[in-house]
Write a protein of this length. Structure first.
Length: 250
């Protein structure tokens, strides 16, 4: 089984962090690879960044399906940028890490809180909770108030702030679990869980296990309805290379 992770930002170190965390949790029969778009933001911290990165996510799916056999994809950013467009572009299951983390948390606790990076991303996470139907189980989305790249460049300080916010969530929110709201936190789960004293759910590793389950169940993305392959058509300008796409699995 081949599970490919796409880091929607363009920071090499974060792609490697994500890959290592996924490799560590994957089953022995699962091959894990990871990539990032050639162009786009170095971190994703708002709607603008997500919109730019979504094209890169889809281009990575198209490239990988053209070059090799991928059994499932993981979109490794907590905003799940380009998730439905990526599902349109392939038959392989495509899992977003926010959606995966919410599902996993709901299976081990009736109430959870999310600890994310910057205050502005709190609102984005709340939108996703509404979209995915988990708002009633999430007591609060909290910000550790750290830029995403601090997870790579100032890791000890970032970890301390996440743990501090996790402890507040445990004391104040009446929860049974915490969801980490950034793909760059993929290697911090065990440390935070130990320090906070709650189960901690992280989206990259959750998505890998869900991807393995879907492949094991022989379930692929439905090509009936809105997730059918995109209709071929002309594109102009920067996106001319996407004109008249054909899909090998049609």
């Amino acid at each position: 089984m081949h599970v490919h992770l796409i880091n929607p930002n363009t920071t090499d170190a974060m792609t490697e962090t994500i890959r290592l965390a996924a490799t560590d949790i994957a089953g022995p029969a699962t091959r894990v690879t990871a990539s990032q778009p050639a162009s786009g933001p170095v971190s994703i911290e708002g709607h603008f960044d997500e919109a730019i990165s979504a094209v890169g996510v889809v281009e990575e799916v198209l490239r990988m399906d053209r070059e090799t056999q991928v059994d499932a994809y993981v979109v490794a950013c907590f905003g799940d940028p380009g998730l439905l467009a990526a599902r349109e572009a392939t038959r392989a299951p495509v899992i977003g890490i926010a959606e995966a983390a919410f599902h996993m948390a709901s299976l081990i606790s009736t109430r959870f809180s999310v600890v994310t990076t910057l205050p502005r991303t709190v609102i984005i996470a709340e939108h996703l909770l509404d979209q995915y139907g988990f708002r009633h189980q999430c007591r609060r989305v909290r910000a550790a108030d750290i830029p995403v790249l601090d997870l790579e460049q100032d890791g000890d300080r970032a970890l301390a702030k996440i743990i501090e916010e996790g402890r507040r969530a445990k004391q104040e929110d009446g929860i049974g679990a915490i969801v980490l709201g950034c793909g760059g936190m993929a290697d911090l789960t065990d440390t935070i869980s130990r320090e906070v004293g709650l189960p901690v759910v992280e989206g990259v590793t959750s998505a890998v296990k869900l991807a393995e389950a879907l492949v094991g169940l022989r379930l692929a993305t439905s090509k009936t309805g809105d997730l059918a392959f995109p209709r071929p058509k002309p594109f102009v300008g920067h996106y001319q290379h996407l004109s008249h796409l054909t899909f090998a699995q049609e």
